[in-house]
Write a protein that binds this ligand. Structure first.
Ligand SMILES: Nc1ncnc2c1ncn2[C@@H]1O[C@H](COP(=O)(O)OP(=O)(O)OP(=O)(O)O)[C@@H](O)[C@H]1O
Length: 251
């Protein structure tokens, strides 16, 4: 039977020249939830994220995905299993149109099985699927614009569409709201909620009102260790969490 936790880490530790950026972390992400990883600057969030997506190799510890040990695997291989980091394989090509960008992402998922003469991989069929994805993220009216011409928030939506082309079971979002204005934040929040309906999402996010709004569960890291876990109400009323944030003047 599948585990209740899509991701589970055991004793996850990463040292950089003897400095422990992540120390003995046991993170568990429950299936079907939006889980946020927060913490003051330098807490180890990005390192943790890079370990889970296999961009970094842990010094010690294990990472389980659906109960399977993925510690020794490469990012590409875990992506193929359905654990996909947004903006990973899905770089946006600025001078392709919005539609072409998603079509390229779809073609990649077909890998070596892609043959343009086969009916199921014809440009028309792929374009239909690509338009579907653009509709899901609300940028269908921009389909024929070059990606470079998209407003910033819409570009983020396009990046999410190219990630969804891989049909991930679990989506990892690295600061999805970075650099966004209020209107874009509202739009991307709605989008994340929608794409999370049948997926698990783990995100690192600095904007705490977004975290409060979207997250089912939150893990607070400080100095490489888990300081607190729970709902937003629970962690935000935890004195140790308040102190950790105040100590860095970040919050
Ligand atoms: N490649 C590296 N080499 C040496 N030290 C590193 C490296 N990457 C991260 N660190 C250190 O590890 C600690 C954790 O960094 P990390 O970027 O994971 O924190 P973070 O919580 O994501 O911070 P921020 O909110 O500022 O992005 C920091 O002290 C950082 O300087």
């Amino acid at each position: 039977m599948a585990s209740d936790h899509v991701i589970e880490t055991e004793g996850l530790t990463k040292e950089f020249k003897g400095f422990r950026a992540v120390n003995n972390v046991r993170l568990r992400v429950a299936r079907g939830t939006i889980h946020a990883l927060i913490g003051p600057n330098g807490a180890g969030k990005t390192t943790c994220f890079n370990l889970i997506t296999k961009f970094l190799q842990p010094t010690t510890g294990r990472i389980l995905y659906n109960g399977r040990d993925i510690t020794a695997m490469k990012p590409h291989d875990v992506a193929r299993l359905g654990l996909v980091r947004s903006f990973q394989i899905s770089a946006v090509f600025p001078h392709l149109t919005v539609l072409e960008n998603v079509r390229v992402a779809l073609q990649r998922t077909l890998g070596t099985s892609y043959h343009f003469w086969k009916p199921e991989t014809s440009v028309a069929v792929l374009d239909d699927r690509a338009m579907d994805l653009l509709e899901q993220v609300g940028v269908e009216s921009y389909a024929h614009l070059q990606a470079v011409e998209l407003p910033y928030g819409r570009k983020r939506a396009l990046e999410i569409a190219t990630t969804l082309a891989l049909d991930p079971e679990m989506l990892l979002l690295d600061e999805p709201m970075a650099g966004m204005g209020r209107e874009d934040i509202r739009r991307i929040s709605d989008l994340i909620r929608r794409v999370a309906a049948n997926r698990t999402v783990l995100m690192v996010e600095h904007n705490l009102s977004v975290v409060a709004d979207l997250s089912d569960r939150i893990t607070v890291l400080a100095r490489g260790e888990i300081l607190a876990e729970g709902s937003y109400e629970e962690v935000s009323s935890n004195p140790a969490v308040v102190e950790a944030y105040m100590g860095t003047g970040h919050g």
